[in-house]
Design a protein around this ligand. Structure first.
Ligand SMILES: Cc1cc2nc3c(=O)[nH]c(=O)nc-3n(C[C@H](O)[C@H](O)[C@H](O)COP(=O)(O)O)c2cc1C
Length: 202
């Protein structure tokens, strides 16, 4: 049975990422790991963990708190294996399997093919995995995630204030609903724990 302690640090705007972080944590625990699932705003130190998973929703870029977390803990995070997960309602199909050498895994139900082959619209360019991930990598350049996963999120327009609601409707053009694909999320958690622990031992 593998040994190791993993922190699943997450942030959320409306709650759905918290449920995903808990599901990821559950899968890791099934593999015999010691798992702490904690809101990243409450994490004071990551130094005592063998590996760290950071999860957050796209909220006009990856949630600000997550990028701040990466900057604040960049030294410690550069010394342990890490993985990221993103919650999103809109992703343009590009077929990318890596962004700047970071392997990416995309929920197959999430991406939408571009309207016009060969040329992406401004909104489609905004919603590519590369455009979502690159600023995150830039926030902590020495932190090299073993995996970055893109999961379908959950969007309830009635829970949003007017401005965020308008942004999501007009800019993201996301259709409300729950796109979370639990088997995909749980599979990623199982596979990524193997990747993370391999890197611990290496
Ligand atoms: C203000 C706002 C901005 C958002 N921006 C994006 C975005 O840029 N791309 C995207 O795919 N989804 C975007 N979303 C959708 C969220 O990422 C999605 O609903 C996610 O599941 C929310 O997670 P949470 O429930 O943990 O807050 C946005 C949602 C809100 C409210």
């Amino acid at each position: 049975m593998p040994t190791g302690s993993i922190l699943v640090a997450y942030t959320t705007h409306s709650g759905s990422t918290e449920e995903v972080a808990k599901a990821v944590g559950e899968e890791l625990s099934k593999g015999g790991l010691m798992v702490q699932v904690q809101r990243l705003e409450e994490v004071t130190s990551v130094g005592s963990y063998d590996a760290v998973i950071v999860g957050a929703p796209m909220i006009i870029g990856w949630h600000r708190a997550a990028r701040k977390f990466l900057r604040r803990h960049r030294e410690a995070l550069s010394r342990v294996p890490v993985a990221y997960f993103f919650m999103a309602m809109s992703l343009t199909e590009t077929g990318e399997t890596a962004v700047d050498t970071v392997p990416i895994l995309v929920d197959p139900y999430l991406p939408q093919p571009p309207g016009c082959s060969g040329r992406l619209s401004r909104r489609e360019r905004y919603a590519t995995a590369g455009n979502y991930l690159r600023p995150v990598l830039k926030a902590a350049p020495r932190v090299k995630p073993v995996s970055a996963a893109f999961f379908g999120g959950n969007l309830d327009l009635m829970r949003l204030k007017l401005l965020p609601r308008l942004f999501v409707m007009l800019v993201i053009q996301a259709t409300p609903g729950d796109l979370r694909n639990w088997p995909f999320i749980r599979d990623w958690a199982t596979n990524v724990s193997t990747e993370l622990l391999k890197s611990v031992k290496a």
